[in-house]
Ligand binder design. Structure first.
Ligand SMILES: Cc1cc2nc3c(=O)[nH]c(=O)nc-3n(C[C@H](O)[C@H](O)[C@H](O)COP(=O)(O)O)c2cc1C
Length: 176
């Protein structure tokens, strides 16, 4: 069974990630979760703490991790899953900014990285976002989605986060 860190970004699709985390735990994986400040606007850290049976981390300077959560969580991690991967997280990781816990973890992590982007169609189509996507692909990051369909901005288009089932399939393909 794998050691997985799930980084949750600040988008509506964050609620779907609770299902992903629950299923990974049920499959027997050791799962830790990290939420951006934005993510906590959409879903509570308590949900992920309970699902994983270990505290969700929201603070890059969390004193429970004397070496820093980015170092201690990255240690021995087989997979970093970022979902929803916001436009900001894609940019921060593509540029190595390390300006929040997830993008710092991204730099510290030596395992696989899988991202499930989610955003509105105009955001997804923006050249800046596509440049960051291309850079991350070149850097070895794997992607699942986004899909076409209903978006929370009440439009149809590209940018909908993949469903939990598709994300779970992508995770198991990467781990095997
Ligand atoms: C209602 C609402 C929905 C949002 N959905 C998304 C989204 O799906 N994708 C995205 O990239 N940003 C979305 N945003 C904007 C992000 O929350 C914002 O860019 C934030 O800075 C992202 O921070 P984070 O990457 O640290 O979570 C949304 C904002 C609001 C208010």
């Amino acid at each position: 069974m794998a050691r997985i860190v799930v980084g949750i970004g600040g988008g509506i699709a964050a609620y779907k990630v609770a299902t992903v985390v629950s299923r990974l735990v049920q499959e027997g994986h050791s799962v830790s979760t990290v939420l951006t400040h934005g993510a906590t606007q959409f879903i509570g850290a308590a949900t992920f703490t309970a699902l994983c049976g270990r505290p969700a981390v929201t603070d890059a300077y969390d004193q429970r991790f004397p070496l820093g959560p980015h170092i201690e969580l990255a240690e021995g991690t087989d997979l970093l899953l970022v979902a929803p991967a916001t436009a900001r997280l894609l940019a921060s990781c593509a540029h190595g900014l390390a300006d929040d816990l997830i993008s710092t973890l991204y730099l510290a992590c030596e395992g696989h990285v899988l991202m499930a982007p989610a955003m509105s169609s105009p955001m997804w189509d923006k050249p800046a976002v596509q440049r960051n996507l291309a850079q991350l692909q070149q850097d070895g990051v794997k992607f699942v989605g986004p899909e076409q369909g209903w978006l929370s901005c009440r439009k149809q288009g590209w940018g909908r986060m993949s469903e939990p089932e598709q994300i779970l399939t992508a995770v198991s393909q990467l781990l095997n």
